[in-house]
Design a binder for this molecule. Structure first.
Ligand code: 6PG
Length: 244
């Protein structure tokens, strides 16, 4: 359904606009009595966005009972570990808002990765309606992009880039060997809306290649995000996209 680029002066402006967009998306769903199924990204970029949502007017202004949170990927560490995406989100947002506990589906990073990937794909399958095909269709998936072009925990050259059956896979960080649980491309590309949040000059070289991507495939998983029947959005700051 298309691709949009939103360019901001800096990451704070990006976060501020994203909070406005998030509130209106939730309100639209809530007005029809429905909930929004969201897969959150990890890393550092979304933190400023979460912190804005944890403050007025968003903390009280968003109908949180109409928001259902999942994670697009998680590090296989306990929820109180500084590496945990859940921990970052809980500190920045979840611990400040009145959201039903049942609306938060965290990856159990403390459990054995293979078991947890199987459990989590069941959780997603049971709580996210499909779009008429066999894969769950999230209302909104947030993604970051690593300096190497990875997204979620789908890293360049990884065998699971070709995974076309599973909803979740066990991934491994190529440098640290850290195990992760990640959603797969069939799920990402089945979403109604996919938004990349990309800030900082370290992302600029890869983003430029993706922006100018011709028909040749690129070695960057982020370039493989192409929602089949959904909107792809890039929320970028000028440092990451000086040429836009
Ligand atoms: C993770 C993420 C990962 C992240 C990118 C960008 O668990 O690390 O989900 O895909 O989004 O690495 O991270 P930054 O926002 O820290 O640059």
């Amino acid at each position: 359904m298309g691709k949009k680029y939103y360019l901001f002066e800096d990451s704070s402006e990006l976060a501020a606009q994203l909070a406005v967009d998030f509130k209106s998306a939730v309100e639209e769903k809530a007005n029809s009595g429905e909930s929004l199924t969201i897969a959150l990204s990890g890393g550092h970029t979304p933190k400023a966005f979460f912190e804005i949502l944890a403050e007025p007017p968003y903390r009280e202004g968003i109908p949180w009972k109409n928001v259902i949170f999942f994670w697009g990927d998680e590090r296989c560490v306990p929820p109180d570990n500084d590496e945990s995406n859940y921990k970052m989100t809980n500190i920045a947002l979840l611990s400040h808002i009145d959201i039903p506990a049942g609306n938060i589906h965290r990856v159990l990073g403390e459990d054995p990765p293979t078991n947890e990937a199987l459990r989590y794909e069941k959780v997603i399958g049971e709580n996210v309606s499909s779009g008429g095909n066999e894969f769950p269709r999230f209302d909104w998936i947030f993604l970051g992009m690593g300096d190497d072009g990875h997204t979620a925990s789908l890293f360049p050259g990884a065998h699971n880039l070709k995974e076309m059956q599973r909803i979740c896979v066990v991934a491994e960080h190529p440098e640290t060997g850290q195990k992760r649980v990640s959603i797969t491309f069939p799920v990402i590309n089945n979403a109604k809306r996919v938004s990349f949040l990309v800030a900082g000059e370290a992302k600029a070289p890869v983003f430029k290649e993706i922006l100018e991507k011709g028909s040749e495939p690129l070695p960057y998983p982020a370039s493989m995000v192409e929602p089949q029947n959904g909107m792809l959005e890039w929320y970028l700051d000028k440092a990451a996209a000086p040429e836009l």
